[in-house]
Each structure stands twice: as C-alpha cells, then as structure tokens.
Design a protein around this ligand. Sequence first.
Ligand SMILES: [Zn+2]
Ligand SMILES: [Zn+2]
Length: 315
Amino acid sequence: MRIKDLPAPVTASKADWLPGTAWLGFTPSGNDVAARSQCQSTIQRQFGRGYIIEYATKGFEKPNPGFEKHPAYLMDREKHTNLAGRLISIHKLRTSARKLEIILGPDDFKRLQDMWAQGGKRYRWSVAFPIIESYDIVDRPLAKDILGEASYHRLYRQTSATLRVLNDDERAVIANLELSEAKAVNAWIGIEDEIKMAVDSEIDPRTQRLVDQDLAVLEGMTEERKISLKVRAAWQAGKFVRERQRLGRLTCDNCGFDPTTIFDESQIKPRSLLEVHHKNPLAEGVRYTTIADYALLCPTCHRVEHARLRLTKRS
Ligand SMILES: [Zn+2]
Ligand SMILES: [Zn+2]
C-alpha cells in the first residue's frame, strides 16, 4: 500500500532523533496543567484527523552525564545512523493525550527523565500521544530527495517543540511512498476508547446485523468482548458508509453495480441496495481497524464473497 491509500491524509510531520514506536511525546513549556493542556491542544490541532509522517533528524542529542555509555543510549544511537535525514514512518495518534507516565509506567518514565530531562526539568515529552496505527516507509528515502530543497528547509530547518503542518504540494510528493504495516502496541488504547464512543452512539440496525455476521468468526475471547468489538466495528462501518455517501460513491466495490442506473434516487435510495462488508474480521481486537477495512457490495457479490470465505475456511 501507498500513503495515498490511507483512509485519511498525512497532515503533519514530527522531527526527532529518537523514532517513536509506541507513542510520540512533546515537551510542554512548563510542568503545570495549563502548559500541558496548551501543548496538547496545539498538537491535536496540527494533526487533526490525519496521519503523521516521522522524520529522523540528522543530529543525535547527548544524554545527561553518566548515560554516555548506557546500553539503551548506545543502541538508540546505533539505530539512528541508518535513519538520519530520512522519512521513516507514518503514525496515527490517539487524539486524546494521556500523560507519558501513565503510558510508560513510573519506572520507565523515571529512566527516560534520568537520561534525557533538560536542566533538571523532569517533564520531557510528558504530553504523549499513543501510536495506534503505524507503518514503516519502505526504503526510508532521504527527506530532501522526496520533498525537494525548499520544502525540506521549510519543514525541518528549525527545531520545533511541536509538529510541522504539511501543505498540499508536500502531500502530493509523498503520496506514492510505499508503506508496510508495523505493529502498534498501543492499538488497544484506540480500540478501548472507541468501544466507549460506539456504545454511546446510535448504530443503524442493518449495519450492525451485517457486521455481526462478518464477525461471527471471532474466537478465543469472552462473549462480552465479542459484543464490544462488534459494536465498535458497526460504528466504524457506519463511518465508512457515511464517507462513501459524502463522496457520492454508492456502487459495488466488486462488480461496479450502480443502483442509480436502474432506479431514480428519489424512488429508491442507492444505499438500500448495497451492503457493508468487513474485509478483515479476524483483525478486530488485534490491530486498530479503520474504514479502510470495509467494502460496499451489492447483495449478490456479498453472498459470493461469503461463500468464498466459507470455502477457504473449510479447505
Ligand atoms: Zn457486485
Ligand atoms: Zn460480509
């Protein structure tokens, strides 16, 4: 898959010398609640509903005295030599920040501050957003080669405590970069938060019924867990259908069937002749699934698809 296949645009970039794997952290201007919430809302506004592209800076920071030979530091520095100056990954962050101390646990948080806190201010990266979806950029190209000199300088010349917001031209030049899915250990945070949102929302019963059928394959979990995952999946499926309605793409993804070629939209709604289908039901509860996991199918293609799935399951 390529960047342009993601279900939302890449809205901003993070430049750092330590690549994020489980979370991305930002350092507020102070350790009080006001400074933290200001930092949090700035970052949220910058990435909005989009993805973040991560750039590894050329330089690598020095740790606090006493840590120059620490194995964790040496390992990070070694890893960095292959990443410096490159576009390395794409992340989706959970929009509600949790304190880094909560995400890491108190011991790891302490170790991180011992090593990297600046001037004794022990709140470095304390505004942290869990990474719930992650992709490696294949071949990790040099940022300058992809973006060109002007954009490269605009985005990364100065250090910044926040993100750098991408413009449409920059989005266009990264659109074809190839991605490979990476494991996001904090996917569960996004899933749990959305289960709560889904339970409180109104879900179309027809969508729920179809999603329930697709998710009948889930095994090895409690009934209660299955129900939670089905509700969240139906909530996502609803988002998927609304997105297709917004785009005016109410046709079968398999055969191209377009209800408006038979009926006038005022007589029969095209949506009523199409069914939502979950393409990767076994991924539910495992990774952070999105609207990209759904298809819109005509009833015949949907039946054929399920027949095919039954056959592959049997063999
Ligand atoms: Zn069809
Ligand atoms: Zn289905």
